[in-house]
Design a protein around this ligand. Structure first.
Ligand SMILES: [Zn+2]
Length: 59
């Protein structure tokens, strides 16, 4: 379960970074600038919140 969330977080991060590198509008620094990028970024941000939130609660 724990590894599943981490795996999904990593996958969403890779997908978003790959899009940001290839898109020409979106960048990792500025954020999403197209609708496809927004969806990827939202998914990445949601998983990052879930993952980092759980890390904090675990301490
Ligand atoms: Zn984009």
């Amino acid at each position: 379960m724990a590894d599943d969330l981490h795996a999904r977080y990593m996958a969403a991060t890779r997908t978003w970074h790959k899009h940001a590198g290839a898109c020409g509008h979106c960048t990792k620094e500025v954020g999403p600038r197209c609708s496809a990028g927004s969806r990827l970024y939202e998914s990445f941000a949601r998983l990052q919140d879930a993952y980092l939130g759980r890390q904090r609660r675990a301490r």
